[in-house]
Design a protein around this ligand. Structure first.
Ligand SMILES: NC(=O)c1ccc[n+]([C@@H]2O[C@H](COP(=O)([O-])OP(=O)(O)OC[C@H]3O[C@@H](n4cnc5c(N)ncnc54)[C@H](O)[C@@H]3O)[C@@H](O)[C@H]2O)c1
Ligand SMILES: [Zn+2]
Length: 325
């Protein structure tokens, strides 16, 4: 950039074909689209290709793609020559309004998702909602689950805005989507900055995710992440209402908006209760074996414990029962 470092685009095969002439004249390294590429093998191949190009430590990586590309290319940047700068150009709703904030990069392993990685924020994020024009309907809606999560954990005003603009959001109105991205990014950035070391408030961003990760695991990741989050938010809020933590009617309001965005609010039939419990008990954010989750108090706020804690201990079997009945 300013000091004349070489630019290299890393993108996936689908985005490469959808946007062949974006960022012309810059070398592109292309990997096969999909979560299955977020591996050490792809990381090894990309880092080798960068070294073959003879990059030095002034090089700047441009990650052009969805959340998979951001996580993978960001991790390539974090590790090549002990850390290259990178620029995020997210092309999916999930990447624009969630994954591009917070500086987490990484890859999956057979032991689980995102288990190898680094905190290595991009120097800048350039989000252009016009890029969403070529994104398929399912991944487009998938990312909206995280926008709803941002609203329910932190911002009742944003919730109202989402309800008001649901049609324009689904029609991909460029100005409305730009505003949606600004609002979500502002909420996530505020929460992340308030708690850079993940000791407290940042766990509220995991709302819905204890159940979501369990669903993803027991269905072998055939349920897309945002869809799993939608089911997770609804189910965890049902539990919060039962425990007297969430105001009555919170789950119904949440489910109604998720459904307007075409997202599911109940788990697919036939999930195995025991496997769900075991997946939740082994979630990496648990402390000392206890399952603790951030639960809603109402739309726009999470329930705080007596000592101000951001999470509550719950029984995974009770959550699994809510999911399977
Ligand atoms: N780092 C973080 O903080 C963070 C947060 C949330 C999620 N994530 C990660 O993000 C990943 C999921 O992100 P995702 O849903 O964007 O997945 P993705 O990157 O696989 O994109 C989904 C699909 O859409 C395609 N695509 C993306 N943009 C497109 C466009 N403009 N036109 C046409 N096709 C396009 C991709 O090729 C892919 O097939 C997961 O790996 C998850 O772990 C990371
Ligand atoms: Zn998520």
């Amino acid at each position: 950039m300013a000091d004349g470092g070489r630019l290299v685009v890393i993108t996936d095969s689908t985005v490469h074909l959808a946007w062949p002439s974006l960022l012309p004249g810059i070398t592109r390294l292309v990997f096969p689209a999909g979560e299955a590429s977020k591996t050490r093998d792809t990381w090894a191949s990309l880092t080798d290709q960068l070294l073959d190009l003879g990059v030095d430590r002034h090089a700047v990586i441009i990650a052009l793609g969805g959340g998979v590309t951001g996580d993978l290319a960001g991790f390539v940047a974090a590790t090549t020559l002990r850390g290259l700068r990178w620029l995020a150009v997210p092309t999916s709703t999930l990447a624009m309004l969630d994954a591009s904030v917070g500086g987490k990069t990484g890859i999956d392993t057979p032991h689980g998702k995102n288990l190898i990685g680094a905190f290595h924020p991009p120097v800048a994020v350039v989000s252009d909602p016009e890029l969403l024009a070529t994104l398929a309907a399912t991944p487009y809606r998938d990312g909206l689950a995280e926008a709803i999560k941002h609203a329910v954990i932190d911002d009742a005003e944003h919730w109202g805005w989402l309800e008001e603009h649901a049609v324009a959001i689904l029609e991909r109105d460029v100005d409305v989507v730009a505003e949606l991205v600004r609002r979500s990014v502002a909420i996530k950035a505020r929460v992340v900055e308030a708690d850079e070391h993940e000791q407290g408030e940042r766990v509220s961003l995991n709302a819905g995710h204890t159940v979501a990760h369990a669903i993803e695991q027991v269905t072998d990741f055939t349920v897309p992440h945002g869809h799993a989050v939608a089911i997770g938010l609804t189910t965890e809020t049902r539990l919060a209402e039962r425990l007297g933590l969430a105001a009555g009617g919170t789950t119904a309001r949440l489910a109604a908006l998720l459904e307007r965005f075409g997202l599911p609010t109940t788990a697919p039939a036939g999930l195995d209760h025991r496997r769900l419990v075991s997946a939740m008990a082994h979630d990496k954010k648990n402390r000392e074996g206890a399952v603790r989750v951030a639960l809603l108090a109402r739309i726009g706020a999470v329930a705080r414990g007596a000592q101000g804690e951001w999470t509550h201990q719950i029984d995974p079997a009770e959550l699994a029962t809510l999911l399977t009945t």
